[in-house]
Design a protein around this ligand. Structure first.
Ligand code: UGA
Length: 428
């Protein structure tokens, strides 16, 4: 029989997406969270995470009786065949992942897990965690499987249902196969391996993506200094199938809840086993430097000095399609601008609340009002469709700094504005 009884512990981005998508594949899923108010909201069908398709899948699962929400892990695991751990693993002391939440769930449920059930870890955890969780479980009959997720915020449901690959690691081949079978309907290539290798895949992949972006940002800076166009350079590179076209877009640096945390964590892991991972350190340093380069560009656009200048920020989230501000490059740039005395007004279609040091407004044009410089920090599609002549009339200055190369330089020029992108100096 294909349909399984599954418990998902944690209803954050990963947990809720995993629960709703597994229910949509036909499994019976019970999702647990310690936050009572959140569970009540979810029971009432209220999904507060901005994730296309997620609210619909939750509603479908609930209506079909395949998706339930309960308070506390203990209430979810009683008759589960597979228990997914989707709890936060934030950056702890010195950049290492903090496993307190994983440990407390294990302590809570260890004696309640049905004989022969499987614990699956979906959170990004250091290599060796599956073995550690096994040690904490002290249950020879309950194997621990590592099954990392590769979901991107903003396309999490799509990524779950159309995966490039499924990675399942366990020292028990049988448990790995049973977990892989949960995804059989998706028809994705599946890598069955040991637990440590599966845990490593996640870090190796995310750190590689971060490295690719830092490399592209460095190439963009060189293009700018040498009069080349990074858009053509990356297109030319990307046709090489060994490189690929995706993840080659320069910007204000990479951020979000995963890449910064995972690069730091792998650096720690490497140091702990005596390997000086200078390539990864340079990836992180290049990212910090990228923000400085962007600030220098904004300073120049504002006339050489930021103190007292008014800067209008379009976009605050770490990327388009999400309302997530965690480790947002936009906020990192904003903090640097503020440190130099700039006055900041910001607009983001997904953010209505206050943001430290930025006056958040609910209208893109208000950002432009009297701004010495308007800066695009997040690539929201709607920014392309703004009335740029109106922005030109409202702003005090005429330079638009487009840190995502998102706008059409010619369209802006026709509106009397000067477009400054990244790595496309010859177009300025
Ligand atoms: C990332 C990975 O892409 C997912 O595969 C992984 O599952 C996830 O982390 C995770 O570990 O949970 P996510 O953090 O949602 O996903 O964001 P990305 O789409 O990867 O973007 C990361 C950062 O890179 C953003 O700041 C984005 O704006 C930036 N970026 C991305 C660029 O500057 N240029 C690009 O071409 C692509």
């Amino acid at each position: 029989m294909f349909a399984r009884r599954i418990a998902v512990i944690g209803t954050g981005y990963v947990g809720l997406t995993t629960g709703a998508c597994l229910a949509s594949l036909g499994h019976h899923v019970v999702c647990a969270d310690v936050d009572v108010a959140k569970v009540e909201r979810l029971r009432a069908g209220k999904v507060t995470i901005l994730e296309p398709g997620l609210a619909e899948l939750v509603a479908e699962g609930q209506a079909g009786g395949r998706l339930e929400f309960v308070v506390g892990a203990a209430a979810a695991v009683g008759d589960a065949e597979v228990v997914f751990l989707c709890v936060p693993t934030p950056m702890g002391q010195g950049g290492a992942a903090d496993l307190a939440a994983v440990e407390s769930v294990i302590a809570e449920v260890r004696t309640m897990l049905p004989v022969g059930s499987i614990v699956v870890n979906k959170s990004t955890v250091p290599v060796g965690t599956a073995a550690r969780v096994s040690g904490l479980l002290k249950r020879k009959d309950v194997p621990v499987v590592s099954n990392p997720e590769f979901l991107r915020e903003g396309t999490a449901v799509h990524d779950f249902l159309n995966p490039d690959r499924i990675v399942v690691g366990c020292d028990s081949q049988d448990a790995a196969e049973r977990v892989a079978a949960l995804y059989a309907r998706l028809g994705a290539p599946t890598v069955l391996t040991d637990a440590a290798s599966a845990e490593m895949v996640k870090y190796a992949a995310n750190c590689f993506l971060a490295m690719k972006l830092s490399y592209v940002n460095a190439i963009a800076e060189l293009c700018e200094r040498l009069g080349a166009d990074v858009a053509d350079v990356t297109e030319g590179m990307g046709y090489d199938r060994r490189i690929g076209q995706s993840f080659l877009q320069p910007g204000p640096g990479w951020g979000g809840s995963c890449l910064p945390k995972d690069t730091q964590a792998l650096l720690q892991v490497a140091a702990a086993v005596g390997y000086d991972f200078s390539l990864l350190q340079a990836t992180i340093d290049t990212n910090a430097h990228q923000r400085q380069l962007i600030v220098a560009k904004i300073r120049e656009a504002a006339g050489g000095r930021l103190r007292g200048s008014r800067i209008g920020l379009l976009g605050l989230a770490f990327k388009a399609g999400t309302n997530d501000l965690r480790d947002s490059p936009a906020l990192a740039v904003a903090a640097l601008l503020r440190a130099e005395g700039a006055e900041l007004t910001g607009y983001d279609p997904g953010i209505a609340h206050e943001v430290d040091g930025v006056r958040v407004v609910s209208d893109a044009y208000e950002v432009a009002k009297d701004a010495d410089t308007v800066v695009v920090l997040t690539e929201w599609p709607e920014f392309r469709g703004l009335d740029w002549s109106r922005i030109g009339e409202l702003a005090a200055g005429s330079v638009v700094v487009d840190t995502r190369n998102h706008l059409d330089p010619d369209a802006l020029r026709r509106c009397g504005l000067t477009w400054w992108g990244v790595g496309r100096g010859h177009l300025d």
